[in-house]
Design a protein around this ligand. Structure first.
Ligand SMILES: *Cc1c(COP(=O)(O)O)cnc(C)c1O
Length: 416
């Protein structure tokens, strides 16, 4: 069967042998998935999820009991007082934008304490000039970089103790930056330090790629609001679009008023048939996240054997689903991405080519053969073509397909 896929015996043996060596790590991943599945099932039962919740509203979307049930369930699973879970949120960037514009007012200061946020927020914040940025509304931005993959605790505490910061922004996953992901433990530590000197500041977390990777959520350890995309972890590969904003009730209300309009807020927003896909996606999500993690762990172990520098290592604690592989040269990086694409369900016959993208200085290569456009809970691999030639791989709806994708990629790497 592997031969049918063009996989060499050598690759097949390497991967199957490695898989045996990492069985105990997979078991840990499964335990977390089981824990999070219990959380999801409990929430479904607590809110008496029923067929009626799968119906749909159109137009204004008044009195959508399905939407209310979806949001109650997401809030419960995430440890939130309330949540906004909507198809009208078009992406993770949009969810973050809605939240930032909802909480910040002219003259306020936003402080990022995990270095520069995700690239697409440059124009939102006004780090890169834009006529509609937060900066254009007189909202200021400050940043404290990470040191040694951790928070610069002293600088953060000093800065927030002055009392003039409105919002602290913490991005957990790394984007295209070469740093480690921020764990729940690290979040718990920094939040408790911040709270010793400042009880007012809003602590907002970009939680993209981190949902269900650990047992706790940022809200469990004191964050005020968390934000993410449903074409990543929480959508379970079922949600075809959408995003969420969850946490303190008053903040979710602000976000609702920004997403729709002041006065209408969360009360409007038709679901157009999305309720079932959101709930079914959430139902699958713990298991899909586990499949993604196992795919990443397998790739990490195999690529390390082949001499590449990988982060995280196969046996390291993980807080997101992203695996980085440092190829050291563009040829290997491109071949690996071509291999991932060739193992996809959709567009496997296409060859990814590095190309220019708006907002990036270097050419970017993107391997993605996903059912949902741009979905990165489905196996995908991408990165800027610049030294040290690092690819960012994530996703895998099932471990079996993830493993086959990694096999195809390793095969392409060896077959160059
Ligand atoms: C993906 C991602 C975003 C943006 O999400 P989009 O849906 O691509 O707009 C923001 N922050 C982080 C950390 C991400 O991984």
């Amino acid at each position: 069967m592997y031969e049918k896929l063009g996989i060499m015996t050598e690759t097949e043996e390497l991967i199957n042998n490695t898989e045996k060596e990492i069985e105990s790590i997979f078991k840990e991943v499964d335990k977390t998935a089981e824990y999070n599945s219990i959380k999801v099932l409990n929430a479904f039962q607590k809110y008496k999820l029923s067929d009626v919740h799968f119906t749909s509203t159109t137009g204004y979307g008044y009195d959508d009991i399905g939407r209310e049930c979806v949001e109650n369930i997401f809030a419960d699973v995430l440890g939130a007082e309330d949540a906004l879970v909507r198809t009208q949120i078009v992406s993770g960037t949009h969810a973050l934008t809605v939240a930032l514009f909802a909480f910040l007012r002219p003259g306020d200061i936003m402080l990022s304490i995990a270095g520069k946020p995700y690239d697409t927020l440059d124009t939102v914040i006004g780090i890169e000039d834009n006529q509609s940025s937060l900066k254009s509304y007189g909202i200021n931005y400050e940043q404290i970089d990470l040191i040694d993959n951790g928070f610069d605790v002293k600088r953060v505490v000093d800065r927030v103790s002055k009392g003039d910061i409105k919002l602290v922004h913490i991005q957990r996953s790394r984007g295209y930056a070469l740093r480690e992901t921020i764990s729940i433990q690290q979040l718990e530590n920094i939040i408790s330090e911040i709270r010793k000197v400042n009880n007012e500041v809003i602590i907002m977390i970009d939680n993209c790629y981190c949902e269900f990777v650990e047992k706790s959520t940022p809200l469990d350890v004191g964050a005020d609001i968390i934000v993410g995309s449903l074409i990543k972890n929480l959508g379970g590969g079922i949600a075809t679009n959408g995003g969420y904003i969850a946490g303190r009730k008053d903040l979710v209300e602000f976000a609702g008023e920004r997403l729709t309009s002041p006065g209408q807020g969360k009360e409007v927003g038709p679901t157009n048939g999305a309720n079932k896909m959101f709930l079914q996606g959430l139902y699958f999500a713990p298991s899909v996240v586990a499949s993604s993690l196992k795919t990443a762990i397998l790739a990490s172990a195999v690529l390390e054997k082949l001499g590449y520098k990988v982060t995280p290592r196969y046996n390291a604690h993980r807080s997101d689903i992203v695996q980085t592989i440092e190829f050291g040269n563009s040829e290997d990086m491109i071949n690996y991405c071509i291999g991932i694409q060739s193992g996809s369900a959709v567009n496997a016959h296409c060859t990814p080519v590095p190309s220019d993208m708006p907002g990036y200085a270097d050419k970017i290569i993107m391997a993605s053969g996903s059912f949902t456009q741009g979905s990165s809970i489905e196996l995908s691999c991408d990165g800027p073509i610049r030294p040290p030639f690092v690819a960012f791989m994530q996703g895998g709806l099932t471990y079996e397909y993830g493993k086959i994708g990694v096999m195809k990629a390793i095969n392409a790497l060896k077959n160059k």
